[in-house]
Write a protein that binds this ligand. Structure first.
Ligand code: NAD
Length: 426
């Protein structure tokens, strides 16, 4: 399959294998998901008709803990993509050392074309079909692209009804009122920002001089841009699926104002205006393709897979790429970027704050407690900084890129768990 995310994931895995000694049997198992579930979800539409939507859950590996991973609603969701995302979750949880395996789910749908009622019936339908194979000790889903805390609220409610008991730990990323974590909404971004700060320290850079371009303005892109802006970094371009805006004179933009504008006008490109204050002099429109190739110091892809490929890798001008999206860089592009001296902080590290926040939520639900936002930050910050430092040191030791280093660490941890469990159960 051209541009197959799963093939990309396996290529990254194989590249790291030369630096670790693990059993051939374990390698063989890690190349395939443990279980693939494909379901048809009937949904009663508002106009009285019935539509059937295709849903997926891929459970990749649970050697280190229950399967864990988000559910994506997108018209282009396909099994190959869900497999890749489930594989990356397995690796990601091991990179940051949280006790989860990897899984991922999806529904092939454009949620923007559904009413709230249709979306709720679809979300509850996904749970009804997957109920036998998910649960707090088995597989714990969370939000991903075009799903959010509202969707998780419907899902956990449906799960609890089917289970006949209150089961908040069955899903993470829930609304706070039903056991969600104070801080889960921006934990992916928070984690990425801790990693960026650590990298900036290592490279002895000055935050106020760092120009940042962000592709994607959803949960991850928005909060990452906002937190970096608030920390004194310069946000010079932002985009969503329809295009974006770029600063013409290097002027910093405020992501909170851009979000307000987007909510009021429905678009972020075209103008950067709020109320009566218009600033179209300092900003102009930009396409997503132009944003990736524009001059900046840090490029942050925070939308889809396969954005940086062999075709545009040679034209990237950023010195650092921080992958807040999953799988934005194709393997051949990765090699090109490394040769060009561009530092790529891989998704399996950069966006691991999300699943770490989910882990804290799961722990909170299981102990029946409520954590405060400062408790979450106090746990997330050292976790992300230490994970970054370990990956950095491994990269230096083996003279490899940060992605390969992260894989080396994860493969060792997963393999140890698989070997230990085999010993126990033999
Ligand atoms: P989201 O649905 O909140 O936002 C997605 C954003 O991407 C929107 O602004 C959308 O307009 C934009 N977009 C979509 N297609 C685009 C394109 N072709 N070009 C440019 N922009 C485009 O999704 P999210 O939760 O922010 O997830 C974004 C990425 O981060 C995904 O790759 C997801 O897997 C990854 N991720 C999310 C989390 C999380 O906690 N939400 C955690 C880890 C990784």
């Amino acid at each position: 399959m051209a541009g197959s995310p799963f093939r990309s994931a396996l290529a990254q895995f194989e590249k790291a294998l030369q630096y670790v000694e693990i059993d051939a049997g374990i390698v063989e198992q890690l190349k395939k998901p443990a279980r693939l579930a494909e379901v048809n979800i009937p949904v009663a539409m508002d106009d009285g008709s019935m539509k059937v939507f295709l849903g997926y859950r891929v459970q990749y590996n649970d050697a280190r803990g229950p399967f864990k991973g988000g559910i994506r609603y997108h018209p282009q969701v396909h099994l190959d993509e869900v497999k890749a995302l489930a594989f990356w979750m397995t690796i990601k949880c091991a990179v940051v050392g949280i006790p989860f395996g990897g899984g991922k789910g999806g529904v092939k749908v454009d949620p923007r074309r559904l009413s709230a009622g249709e979306l709720e019936r679809l979300s509850r339908g996904w749970v009804q079909k997957m109920f036998p194979i998910i649960g707090p000790d088995v597989d714990v889903p969370a939000p991903d692209m075009y799903t959010n805390s509202t969707v998780m609220g419907w899902m956990v409610d449906e799960y609890s009804k089917l289970a006949g008991k209150h089961t908040p730990a069955a899903f993470t990323g829930k609304p706070i009122e039903v056991g969600g974590l104070d801080g889960r909404e921006d934990s992916t971004a928070q984690g990425g920002v801790f990693v960026i700060k650590e990298l900036v320290k290592k490279l002895k850079l000055t935050p106020s001089k760092i120009r940042i371009a962000v592709q994607g303005f959803g949960n991850v892109g928005y909060y990452t841009a906002k937190l970096l802006h608030d920390a004194g970094y310069k946000i010079v371009a932002i985009s969503d699926s329809r295009g974006g805006i770029v600063s013409v004179n290097g002027k910093d933009m405020d992501p909170a104002v851009v979000m307000k504008t987007k909510k009021e006008k429905g678009l972020i490109d075209g103008c950067y205006c709020v109320g009566t204050v218009c600033d179209c002099e300092n900003y102009k429109t930009i396409t997503n393709k132009q944003l990736l190739e524009m001059p900046c110091d840090i490029l942050i892809p925070a939308a889809m897979e396969n954005q940086i490929t062999n075709v545009n890798a040679g034209r990237i001008k950023a010195k650092i790429i921080v992958e807040m999206a999953n799988g934005p860089t194709a393997p051949d592009a990765d090699t090109k970027l490394f040769k060009r001296g561009i530092t790529v902080v891989p998704d399996i590290l950069a966006n691991a704050g999300g699943v770490s926040g989910s882990y804290f939520e799961w722990v909170q639900n299981r102990e029946g407690s409520r954590w405060k936002n400062h408790d979450v930050i106090a746990k997330l910050e050292p976790l992300m900084r230490e994970s970054f430092d370990t990956v950095w040191a491994t990269a230096r030791k083996h003279e490899v890129d940060l992605r390969t280093a992260a894989y080396i660490i994860a493969i060792k941890r997963i393999s140890e768990a698989m070997k230990t469990r085999e010993k126990i159960y033999k």
